[in-house]
Write a protein that binds this ligand. Sequence first.
Ligand SMILES: *Cc1c(COP(=O)(O)O)cnc(C)c1O
Length: 371
Amino acid sequence: MDLSSLQPRLLLGPGPSPVSDRILAALARPTLGHLDPQFLAVLDDVNEGLRQAFGTRNETTFPISGTGSAGMEAAMVNLLEPGDTAIVGVNGVFGGRLAEVARRLGAEVVQVDAPWGRTLPEEALIEASRAHPEARLLAVVHAETSTGAWQPLAEVGAHLAGMETLFVVDAVTSLGGVPVEVDAHGVDVCYSGTQKCLGVPPGLSPVTFSPRALERIRTRGTPCPSWYLDVSLIAGYLGAERRYHHTAPINLIYALHEALSEVREEGLEQRFQRHLEVGRRLQSELAGRGFTSFTDPEHRLPQLTAVHLPEARDEGPLRRRLLDQFAVEVGGGLGPASGRIWRIGLMGHGARHESVDRLLEAVDHLMRAAA
Ligand SMILES: *Cc1c(COP(=O)(O)O)cnc(C)c1O
């Protein structure tokens, strides 16, 4: 494959999202050594920009070298020891992945389930926490990308503030798209990914750990079984001390730096407003064309729209034609939603009215042709 022949696509799937020219240019800046003072200054800015995006003052806030799943694994592998109880909300693929990671670490997983497309009732999570006061952590997905559900966090966070149980939140698809209030919601560990609403290519996972979470890690009975994802070792490099642990993906960190500059220039509130406005417009336009929501209408994310096609049309061939003829990518369903829905992401630079216009024009064309 000749790379110069790669055709650009409009990325309106569940990630990766479109990357701006500014961010692509940042990737092409000179590669520096991982302990070069210039690079360390870039890293300082990145860590501070991430604190603002996460809504936290946590010192231990930095990008882990790996995709969103690396952040998920880091949260669980640092907090859990074999035999610990972990309460995990499961209402889609990513909650299921959290539960699986916890189980592989030897935790007793107490699963709180909700149907796909619905949120987890906060009362059910609080109930599980009351029944298991010994639980080490309670984990939920804020923006369930497999279903489009937007999980409320406030009541669970307030409840856990008075408990030993740590609050873990997956913000892979929410960070930079909808408000993520780590400190205000009492979240102890939050992780994200760069290729969704931040608009950076995949490869980094911003994480933040509260002092309470770090205290738990300090008092573990056994060392963290993952050397690479051991947050105290990573913090020695990416945090204040700057001791070599692994070689950071230098150029990707430039890209994240540029993305966080974009966030600062636009303003977080304006960015949330843009995602909300563009996402709601797409949702109403699709409803007018006979697409129906897969997600509980009360809890739809603006940046990820999951819909059934009109008249139960076969989604696969139409999605393929959207890509081949119109160079627009949307996602299909996962798990029980496989073959049944489209998942349309309007994330980061993709969250623009022009994206909606281009998608709708293509959809109208395809629907006329299929009629
Ligand atoms: C995409 C995603 C992940 C996994 O991120 P990768 O970058 O694919 O490893 C985890 N959680 C949620 C909610 C996601 O949307």
